[in-house]
Design a protein around this ligand. Structure first.
Ligand code: MN
Length: 429
């Protein structure tokens, strides 16, 4: 089935601001609360949110085999479960409805009033009910930097790293959409030079610049997904800030890996950009030496050229961009991650989310965390208001943005923006 939606010359009758992340070539999927307090599945073009539930009720999808209530849901899980063929039919149809040469909806004011919302009339929700969340550790630069700081500069990568897309199982209960503030966590840390831990607020709260992919039902328990088929089970991607408490992490992570340092909050951008929309932006991924084992060997371009930025905004100050990275730096691809995740027969469901791991590039201005940007706090960053940061301070707002650009088409992800609040204070009784 052709991806008609992606044609760079395609135009829409809706107004789209210059440099919008959401031209008619994007057609992402999300869930929002309308001005009438109704929750619905939607898409977005320019600064308009499109109510797909209403479009379906008005008959605009009548040629596509969909259940009546497929878009009248508070999550995308069932729609994603319908599989890639349905995603493509629906995305192509939305693209037709809003094509500049199609008058059907354009000239129907009543229908437009029901279907279209401006962004200030709606509230974005979590797009999927995330059943399971896995976080990988697939940037070689990031793993090398962390290895140098926490272990041995001479042997920064552990022996397994070049053979396995290393990952751990996270916690889906604390994943929140952009705009939801998160609290500085309390926890145990071991102060420098001490031999006994203390309890208190984390002093080293950090962002992790990541992306995440959302899967459909991929397999039955016991059956692996071959690496060459893996992308068929990836619905799309979001921006992902995997909040981390570095001091808690350092004390707790041996021998079983991250635990409370990571599961207090993770933030995602609310629009899922489909893998189909990202198709024109494929690039090769870094050469893998040594060659991976056969079940991880892939062909073709499995990387994606996605520009990523992180900005920090103090409470009453301007935002300062602190890093510029790119998803193409990932050593292990999403296809390899999914193939590895299921090689033991582990089952993957619709709405599962897999984080890339922190995405650091080759130079210090492309590192994906404050831990690396300030080299453990040794080299503080100066923000535009003159204040300095080793890590994230209370009331700072951290914003990740991301977009692809080629042939005058820009496909973006919007943003994931999160304010860090002070630690929770127990109310006195
Ligand atoms: Mn992470």
């Amino acid at each position: 089935m052709p991806l008609k939606t992606n044609h760079p010359e395609k135009k829409t009758w809706l107004p789209v601001p210059v440099n919008s992340d959401f031209p008619i070539q994007n057609i992402p999927f999300g869930v929002f609360l309308t001005r009438d307090d109704i929750i619905t599945i939607g898409s977005r073009i320019g600064d308009y949110a499109i109510d797909l539930g209403a479009l379906h009720q008005l008959g605009y999808f009548k040629d596509i085999p969909l259940t009546d209530d497929i878009f009248l849901q508070d999550t995308l899980n069932d729609f994603i479960s319908d599989g890639k063929k349905t995603w493509r039919l629906v995305r192509n149809r939305i693209s037709e409805i809003f094509d500049i040469n199609n008058d059907q909806l354009k000239n129907n004011e009543d229908h437009k009033n029901i279907v279209l919302f401006t962004m200030d009339e709606i509230e974005m929700q979590l797009p999927v009910q995330i059943g399971d969340y896995t976080d990988f550790y697939s940037s070689k630069e990031h793993a090398t930097n962390v290895g140098k700081m926490f272990r041995d500069p001479e042997n920064a990568l552990l022996p397994n790293w070049l053979h396995i897309p290393v990952g751990y199982h996270g916690r889906s209960s604390s994943i929140v959409p952009s705009g939801t503030s998160v609290r500085r966590p309390m926890g145990q840390t071991l102060p420098a030079g001490a031999d006994q831990p203390i309890f208190g607020p984390s002093k080293l709260v950090d962002f992790e610049l990541e992306m995440a992919f959302i899967t459909t039902d991929a397999n039955v328990l016991g059956e692996p997904i071959p690496v060459e088929e893996a992308e068929n089970y990836i619905f799309g991607m979001v921006l992902f800030n995997d909040w981390s408490a570095r001091d808690i992490q350092k004390w707790e992570y041996v021998p079983l890996g991250p635990f409370l340092a990571k599961n207090f909050a993770s933030s995602i951008s609310p629009w899922i950009v489909t893998l189909d929309a990202l198709e024109p932006f494929r690039v090769g991924s870094p050469e893998q030496t040594p060659k991976p084992l056969p079940y991880l060997q892939q062909s073709g371009k499995k990387g994606f050229d996605i520009n990523l930025e992180v900005a920090i905004k103090p409470e009453n100050g301007k935002a300062t961009t602190v890093t510029r990275s790119n998803f193409k730096y990932m050593y292990w691809t999403m296809a390899q991650q999914l193939a590895h995740h299921t090689i033991n027969g582990c089952k993957v469901n619709s709405g599962d989310m897999m984080g890339s791991g922190t995405i650091s590039g080759p130079t210090p201005d492309t590192y994906g965390s404050m831990l690396e940007l300030t080299w453990r706090g040794e080299k503080p960053l100066t923000l535009e208001d003159g204040s300095t940061r080793k890590f994230i301070e209370d009331h700072d707002t951290v914003t990740i943005t991301g977009y692809c650009q080629k042939d005058n088409v820009r496909i973006g992800f919007g943003e994931v923006t999160t304010k860090l609040l002070p630690v929770f204070q127990q109310k006195k009784k």
